[in-house]
Design a protein around this ligand. Structure first.
Ligand code: NDP
Length: 444
């Protein structure tokens, strides 16, 4: 059995009931086969892959909090500090009822390569809780965040581990978490990113993941002789990533005709109205059923369905495994030319393989949504130098990072004879930097 297969088999055996983590490890290690095969003896001796796929540290804790009626609830908190090979752990906090250790490990593992691809000195980590902020009052969310931070604060710091937002963790949650950290530790440092602008946040961080997704998609299309202007785009999700992906796509001259949330989806033939979407989701925290009140010509459908709408570019921006093989077949039959992941692992392994086999351009999330964490690292730089950069300065750096990132993964794919396979290109390019640091630092 090859070294890669041995490690995959061992991960599946030793981490039962963690299918998302298995999926992420399989995908990355399969891409790395040519690199591992060329170095099998030394990697095996140093147990390099075992060290890569096992987190440095996993923290799991109890989070008791009190609702508005005085009832106490207990949720579970997680922080997985996966790899500090190239910098302090960096990755978001997901607050969603579906959260469990396996999901946090999958996200933390992916984060290692994503962070490496940004070219910035940040390691990989991820955290979160099965707490659901939806439908909770601000007081209840604050009670949860304070309790969560009272434990998490023991393990994080501006030079050790710097959490950020993710699903369910937006500006409000980051604010409460930061306030509690400051109170408990007596430190005003850049320990979290995605902070409010009045207390150390970076301009353009809110927009960064969605904008970055469009910058890299535009560069890929350009490289293949295509222009994003005039294209029809479908987007899933209506959260932070989706909203700013839609905004930038429109700015670049594309027409975005869909968005969705966990209960339904919208088709707007004239193009999604971003101002209406922001008001519904960011300001009023409502469901997408409200969208029709702003745009009577639009359609609202219960359930899933975004990928049935004909488009040239598809941008899944909601959650993992939301674009299935069946969806991929429908997209291909409808003439899609490119799929770029805004969310983390939104495309199933079978769907990814199908799209690639059809010659459809495919950008994996660890490359295409790296703009968020890259801008978080720029927030860390601003916090360290106690300065504030302009929106234009941050946005220009973000654009440069995404363009460089595209050429970096394109080059890695070409070097290993996988021209146009950006999944393999991203995994190999991300791994090369991490493995070099791991070897240089010895067996730790
Ligand atoms: P938000 O919480 O702002 O939005 C998530 C969106 O996805 C919402 O529209 C939500 O609908 C929908 N959604 C969540 N879970 C499900 C589900 N199980 N089924 C269907 N729809 C669902 O999160 P973000 O926009 O920040 O994150 C979206 C994705 O992007 C995640 O995979 C995240 O890990 C990834 N990402 C985010 C980054 C960031 O900077 N924010 C950076 C890099 C990656 P509803 O409101 O109904 O729950």
């Amino acid at each position: 059995m090859s070294y890669v297969d041995e490690v995959i088999e061992r991960i599946e055996r030793e981490n039962p009931s963690e299918p998302e983590f298995h999926q992420a490890v399989r995908e990355v290690l399969n891409s790395l086969r040519p690199v591992v095969d060329a170095n099998e003896e030394s990697y095996r001796r140093d147990a390099l892959l075992e060290r890569l796929v096992n987190p440095e540290r996993q923290i799991k804790f109890r989070v008791p909090w009190i609702d508005d009626k005085g009832q106490v609830h207990v949720n579970t908190g997680y922080r997985v500090q996966f790899s500090s090979a190239i910098g302090p752990y960096k990755g978001g906090l997901r607050l969603h009822p579906s959260v469990n250790l396996g999901i946090i490990k999958f996200l933390g593992f992916e984060q290692i390569f994503k962070n490496s691809l940004t070219g910035l000195p940040i390691g990989g980590g991820k955290g979160g809780s099965d707490f659901d902020p939806k439908g909770k009052s601000d007081r209840e969310v604050m009670s949860f965040c304070q309790s969560f931070m009272s434990e998490l604060c023991k393990y994080i710091g501006s030079d050790t581990d710097i959490p950020a937002g993710d699903i369910g963790t937006g500006a409000r949650e980051i604010g409460y978490l930061f306030g509690e950290y400051k109170k408990l530790r007596g430190l005003f440092t850049g320990v979290l990113t995605g902070k409010g602008l009045s207390f150390g946040g970076s301009l353009a961080r809110t927009e960064a993941t969605g904008y970055g997704l469009l910058y890299i998609t535009e560069e890929m299309l350009k490289d293949h002789g295509q222009d994003i202007a005039g294209k029809t785009v479908t987007v899933s999700g209506s959260g932070n990533v989706a909203i700013y992906a839609i905004e930038k796509a429109r700015q670049l001259g594309a027409k975005v005709v869909t968005c969705s949330d966990s209960t339904g989806w919208v088709y707007d033939p004239d193009g999604i109205d971003v101002a209406a979407l922001k008001e519904i989701k960011e300001k009023n925290r409502q469901r997408l059923t409200e969208y029709k009140k702003y745009r009577p010509q639009s359609e609202y459908h219960e359930g899933r369905g975004v990928w049935t709408v004909p488009c040239e570019i598809a941008l899944p921006c909601a959650t993992q495994n939301e674009l299935t093989l069946e969806d991929a077949k429908t997209l291909a039959a409808n003439g899609v030319i490119a799929v770029a992941e805004g969310a983390n692992m939104p495309t199933t392994a079978e769907a990814t393989a199908y799209l690639q086999a059809q010659g459809i351009l495919f950008l994996p999330g660890k490359a295409s949504n790296a703009g968020g964490v890259a801008t978080s690292a720029l927030e860390m730089s601003q916090n360290s130098e106690r300065l504030h950069w302009s929106f234009e300065q941050v946005d220009a750096q973000l654009k440069d990072i995404m363009i460089d990132l595209y050429h970096h993964i394109d080059d890695a794919a070409k070097r290993y004879g996988k021209d146009g396979n950006y999944v393999d290109g991203a995994n190999i390019a991300g791994f090369e930097k991490v493995v070099d640091a791991m070897i240089s630092q010895g067996i730790v």
